[in-house]
Design a protein around this ligand. Sequence first.
Ligand code: FMN
Length: 185
Amino acid sequence: MDVFEAIHKRRSNAKIKQDAVPRAAIEKLLSAAVQAPNHYKVRPWRFAVLTGNGLNKLGDVFAASFADRQPGLPAEALDKTRALPHRSPLIIAVGVDKPCEPKVSEVENIIAVSAACQNLLLAAEAEGLAVKWRTGEWALDVKVKEFLGFAPDQHLIAFLYIGYPEVTPEPQPRPSFEDRTVWMG
Ligand SMILES: Cc1cc2nc3c(=O)[nH]c(=O)nc-3n(C[C@H](O)[C@H](O)[C@H](O)COP(=O)(O)O)c2cc1C
């Protein structure tokens, strides 16, 4: 698929089948992600790949996190939360390394990892995979970060819910670049 076609066709898609994504396809996405530009070549991206029991465990951590934030929740609410990671057969959680030396800035690391995520999204589009990028309160929770192997002060910038699409949404036209651009010839 041509890169412009992938860019223009890509849209969030939360309607995802439960069919497993083959390991080779997951590796293709990760390989695309790490081609992103990054200042000082620090490779600040960290990926946690969750399938099967990994999703069950993430659900338990989500539920524990929710219970911490809102004590006294009914069991049904916690069960619903526990099921959230199963909205796709695969989640790639994406973390950002803290700068390891003074010349490296945190915001630039976040920018580089965001670029990696976009590479992954476009690669998924080319592979016929649906992706839904989610964050929410879970992404800020120290328990969730710890479970994924991230430090408490590391940014967790994405839960990429990935799988084969149940339906493929028609891309809605986007506002143009014109009112966001000044030409300085
Ligand atoms: C950093 C980031 C965090 C996001 N978090 C959520 C989220 O928590 N829940 C959600 O429904 N969508 C989330 N999204 C997806 C956006 O809502 C979506 O990309 C936006 O509506 C544009 O739609 P499109 O992806 O189809 O172009 C997130 C996107 C980004 C870039």
